[in-house]
Every structure is written in C-alpha cells, then in structure tokens.
Design a protein around this ligand. Structure first.
Ligand code: UQ1
Length: 454
C-alpha cells in the first residue's frame, strides 16, 4: 500500500517533468555580458557599482568568457619588435574579473533574442538575461589565406604575425635571424582590429634593421588592400611622407591570398583588376595580417547591412531591434576603427545609456515608447602609430575621420613623448582605470586642455 503511493507520486512527478520544456534555462541573470575582454570587463566593473548602489541582489551579473588569460593586445606590436616581453601583456582572467560577478567559463554558441537566452556549449547549457551586452571581440580567419597557418606554425621560415599570442614571439625571432633580402608586410581585405598595427611593425622592423646594419641589403614593402595607407587623411599624409623618406614601398589595393613557404613566395590579388593573374612576390620575411570577421554565434543579432556584426545604433550603442541588448567594441557594427581607445570611449557611453534604460524599465513606464538617450558616441578612436623605437604619431579621430586631438599640438608629427604615453602610460591606465570601469577615454582632458588654450 505504502510503496504503491510512492509509485503514484513518482509517476505524477515524472509526468510533470516530461511536460517541462527541455530548454528551460538553468540560470538567470539581470545582466549578462558576453566577453571578458576590454569592453566586457569595463562594463562589468561599472555595473557591479551601479547595481550595488541600486540595491540589486548580489550575483545579478554574469560574464561569459572561456579564456584563462586576459591580454593587453596593444602591447603585441612592441612584443613583436622585441621592445616588451609577451608575459608583460597578459594577466590571469581570474585576477581581472571584477568581484561581484559570476564568471561563466564557457563558450557561447548562439543567442535567442526572443526568449532572452544565451546558449553555451558547456554544462551550463542556457543562460537567461534581462539585459544583454555583447563584447565578444572579432574572429580571426587564419585559414582564409592559403598556406598561412602552416607557415606560421613552422619555425625559422621568415613568416610571422603579431595578431596572436601564439605567433607574436616568432616575429621577434624572425627579426633577429633576418640578414637582409625582401621584408614584406600586409593588410587584409576586411576590417581588422587595430588597423595601424600592420604598418607599425614595418616601422619598427625598419628601425631595427638600421640599428643592426642590414637595412642597405633590405627592401621593405607594404601591401594593403585599402586604397590609402591610413583612413584618416590628416595622418595618412605624414605617414606617406615618412615611408618616402625611409624607402618603404607602399602598394595599395593588393590582398595577400596565398603563401608558399617552400618557395618563399607571397601571392597577391589586385583588387581593382580581379581578372589579372596573381602578383608573385619573393620574401625573406613576411609579416602577414589575417582577415577577420564577426563571431558566427552573433548572427541572430546582425542585420542586412551589418556584415555579421551586432547591429547597434552608432550613437546610443543600443541594438537596432531588441531594446534590451547593447554592444560595443570589435563585435559591434559601430562604423569606427576597432581599437582599445574606441572601447574606452564606448564603454562609458554604453554604461550610461544602459543604466538609463534599466532605470526607465524599473520605473512606472509605458512600453513601446522610444527612450531619449542622454549619451551619444561621436565615433572617437585613437591609434598610437609607433613609427620607431622611441617615436609615435598619436592619431585620434571621429566617425567623419576628422582629427579629435587631446594635446595642444599637431599630433600628425612623430613625437618621443607620445611613444612613452603608448609604452608606459596607456597600459597603466588600461589595467588600473579602464578594466575597473574608471576610464572613459581622454575626452575630459581634451576639453580641459583646449579650453585652457582658447
Ligand atoms: C586610450 O584611452 C586607451 O585606453 C586605455 C588606449 O588603449 C590602450 C589607447 O591606445 C589610447 C591611444 C587611448 C587614448 C588616450 C590618449 C592619451 C590619446
């Protein structure tokens, strides 16, 4: 009799279980942030503080990030040129993850904006959000250049790339082994992170080879898919002049498509004359920059003009369709250069707008009314173009590619001080200010300095 009852209860329980949806979320958060890079951690730090002030329960924020190490990637140009150790660019993720968030150490496989779920590949399965921030970075398509990956993986063959912690130390080895010949540098036919980096390593190579005394035996060439050396004309002019003076040969609208490491040949397509045979260039050193694309798992948040990137409003950083979703940095459709400096500016604007949105949702609001966001992004980005062992052109510009300079002098000139800003000041600001949610870029100094000079 007694065991019969258990059986009945058990059956009812089993039936209830069977009618529950299989994809019911296991975990739920007020705010989910996808990505523990520069943008994700800056936003996480800010919202830990905001939520504490708003008396939200602890652990209402999750950061999804599968990696163990957080890299300060702007250092990799210096690592490639032997001016910094790779170890100086990384810190354990556990150390930089802000206190007060749940770190979910898993990989994202998709987002369902209708049910507010993030799908993961690991044991957690699905995470539900009320508000979502995408800071997922950019995907590197190493395999889109035939023969590149095998060439990078083999030592001592002159092929290198600063765009990975696995390969960046090979750049410095390649430079040390180089005894003259053809040194070539490439820029691919897609948007990339840090569009200045492909040429920075060329300037540093030139400087190093002069020091070593083999510059006379070396031809240096830069092949770019773009029609111009640098998007903002103000700086492009100085850079072209510099290339002329240092005998750095610039070829535009040429895209590296194949590397033959046995014959040491690089093949380029002419983007203006696609029917021409590929241009064959012999190299002794090749610094290749791979094409990049939006992470595939974000495709439900792209639209027909965003090329796979999360489609957000360029001013407010809110998703164009789903009001509870925001994005910043490399994974976003924001039409500016993909740099840490851009994220410095974006993270503060996103945080203010999302906070305004959350407060609006918390209030007695009427759904469907478009909210008037107080913070607007002007596209600010910056690129410290290292042009030698102790020189740097500090490019800063906006959506219109117009200079938006912090300092009261012409920043299109090479300066020693800007090199020290790049090498010492910015990493300090990054680790101690930006990741902790206290750095919104230099705009406050720009306004102060320019006010003073008026
Ligand atoms: C910046 O704010 C920033 O964030 C920390 C960077 O990331 C590493 C940068 O590279 C740059 C250039 C800026 C902008 C700051 C100045 C002083 C121009």
């Amino acid at each position: 009799m007694f065991s019969n009852r258990i059986l009945i209860v058990d059956r009812i329980f089993m039936r209830t279980m069977a009618t529950m949806p299989v994809d019911m979320p296991k975990k739920s958060y007020e705010l989910v942030i996808v990505g523990g890079g520069a943008g994700g951690l800056a936003i996480a730090s800010r919202f830990v503080r905001y939520f504490r002030a708003m008396k939200r329960p602890s652990n209402s924020i999750a950061v999804i990030e599968p990696r163990n190490t957080h890299f300060y990637q702007p250092y990799w140009t210096l690592v490639g040129a032997g001016l910094k150790d790779l170890s100086a660019s990384g810190r354990p993720m556990a150390q930089v993850m802000p206190n007060g968030v749940d770190w979910i150490k898993e990989t994202c496989s998709g987002i369902d904006p209708k049910s507010n779920n993030v799908m993961l590949t690991g044991a957690t399965g699905t995470v539900n959000y009320r508000y979502l921030v995408l800071a997922a970075g950019i995907h590197i398509d190493w395999d889109k250049i035939e023969g590149l990956l095998p060439a990078l993986e083999e030592p001592n063959n002159g092929v290198c790339s600063n765009y990975s912690d696995s390969f960046v130390t090979k750049t410095w080895k390649t430079l040390q082994q180089f005894q003259g010949g053809n040194a070539i540098f490439t820029f691919p036919n897609t948007p990339i992170k840090c569009a200045g980096a492909p040429q920075k390593i060329m300037y540093l190579t030139d400087a190093y080879l002069r020091q070593k005394g083999v510059r006379d035996q070396t031809k240096i060439a830069y092949f770019t898919s773009l029609p111009i050396i640098f998007a903002a004309k103000h700086y492009a002019k100085s850079l072209m002049e510099l290339c002329r003076q240092r005998d750095l040969n610039v070829t535009v609208r040429h895209n590296l498509v194949r590397v033959d490491m046995k014959k040491r040949l690089a093949y380029f397509e002419n983007l203006d004359r696609p029917d021409d045979p590929l241009l064959k260039v012999k190299y002794d050193m090749l610094h290749a920059v791979p094409p990049m694309s939006a992470p595939k798992f974000l495709k439900s948040l792209a639209n027909n003009t965003s090329n796979g990137y999360v489609a957000v409003d360029p001013k407010t950083l809110q998703h164009v369709e789903h009001e509870n979703i925001f994005a910043l940095g490399d994974c976003s459709s924001l039409p500016t250069s993909k740099t840490a400096a851009a994220i410095a500016s974006q993270n503060s604007i996103l945080a203010k707008n999302l906070l305004q949105f959350i407060q609006y949702k918390d209030s007695d609001h009427v759904d469907g009314i478009k909210i008037n966001f107080k913070s607007n992004y002007d596209g600010y980005t910056s690129c410290p173009i290292v042009t030698g062992n102790n020189r740097c052109i500090m490019a800063e510009f906006d959506y219109q590619l117009q200079p938006l300079e912090t300092f009261p002098f012409n920043q299109s000139k090479e300066r020693r001080m800007m090199f020290y800003v790049k090498k010492y000041m910015l990493p300090f600001v990054y680790w101690n200010g930006m990741l902790k949610g206290y750095w919104s870029g230099p705009s406050i100094f720009r306004k102060l300095i320019h006010f003073g000079f008026k």
